[in-house]
Design a protein around this ligand. Structure first.
Ligand SMILES: Nc1ncnc2c1ncn2[C@@H]1O[C@H](COP(=O)(O)OP(=O)(O)OP(=O)(O)O)[C@@H](O)[C@H]1O
Length: 263
């Protein structure tokens, strides 16, 4: 495993992910406004927030894909922006949207990721075959990724993130556009990964998934963390959805709006 080269004992003393004062502005829009987060090693961490809350921007800065205007990030003690090679060796990332080289087949994409990370080709082949099998993509192994369904793209993205055996997985909306059978499969794989000592951080709007999987939750709205803690601390004696709606400030359309739809 690539991460082992940096000494598991050293990195084990650190939280899996630490964010301090992360901030990002796009023109006039402040997308993220000073996010601090401590993700304990071994946790299953859900980052919740409504559309446009700043989840993707936060996670992109946390993993070294988007340079913050302010703030810093550490993965198992390694400075993401100060020492990106070390930090990224410990990290598996599934970004939002399709940022895959989609003119490759699934098997080729995995080989490309593995070789780019300097892995032994025989290990890449073995792990790629295993991942395609576990994710029920073996038959699609020769199909070009551009021809995959949205759910299949999520699964091959997850396979790429797992290939080098990272210690921390950061996944942007891993369950979006995924059918229930595939979602259950992804849940099982992630659960096994955490039981085996890994840490998962993922963003989602789906309360049920977060409630079922996560040990810890942060609710982000308007670029700011509004609630953070263990799942039980955040939801108290209510459902996570109730807390989310209260924090985010839900609105309803029960008045005169859209009256023309009734005609
Ligand atoms: N590259 C960009 N250029 C301009 N504005 C951006 C850019 N990326 C994000 N934004 C804006 O920053 C804000 C936060 O966006 P972000 O994608 O981080 O939210 P999100 O919580 O991931 O949303 P969603 O759940 O809808 O994916 C939004 O208002 C968005 O329009």
């Amino acid at each position: 495993m690539a991460a082992a080269g940096y000494g598991r004992a050293m990195t084990d003393q650190h939280p899996a992910l630490v964010l301090r004062g992360l901030a990002k502005r796009f023109d006039q829009k402040v997308a993220v406004n000073g996010v601090d987060l401590d993700v304990p090693a071994g946790s299953f961490y859900g980052l919740l927030g409504p559309n446009g809350a700043g989840k993707t921007t936060t996670l992109s800065m946390a993993v070294g894909l988007l340079r913050p205007d302010f703030g810093r990030a550490w993965v198992l003690g390694q400075d993401v922006w100060g020492d990106p090679v070390r930090a990224k060796a410990l990290l598996g990332v599934m970004p939002d949207g399709v940022r895959l080289f989609d003119r490759l087949s699934g098997a080729e994409l995995l080989a490309y990721h593995g070789l780019l990370r300097g892995m032994d080709p025989a290990v890449v082949d073995r792990r790629a075959a295993e991942l395609l099998d576990v994710l029920a993509l073996t038959d699609a192994g020769r199909t070009l990724v551009v021809d995959y369904s949205a759910g299949m793209k999520k699964k091959i993205g997850l396979a790429c993130a797992l290939l080098h055996g990272p210690r921390l997985l950061v996944l942007d909306e891993p369950f979006e556009a995924v059918d229930p059978v595939s979602a259950a499969l992804i849940r099982d794989i992630l659960h096994r990964y955490v039981v085996g000592g890994g840490t998962v951080v993922f963003s989602s709007h789906v309360m049920e998934v977060v409630e079922r999987l996560c040990s810890h939750v942060a609710i982000l709205a308007d670029g700011v963390i509004k609630r953070v803690g263990t799942l039980d601390q955040v939801r108290g004696d209510r459902s996570l959805e109730q807390v989310f709606v209260e924090v985010v400030g839900g609105r309803t359309a029960t008045g005169e709006e859209l009256a023309w739809l009734s005609n």
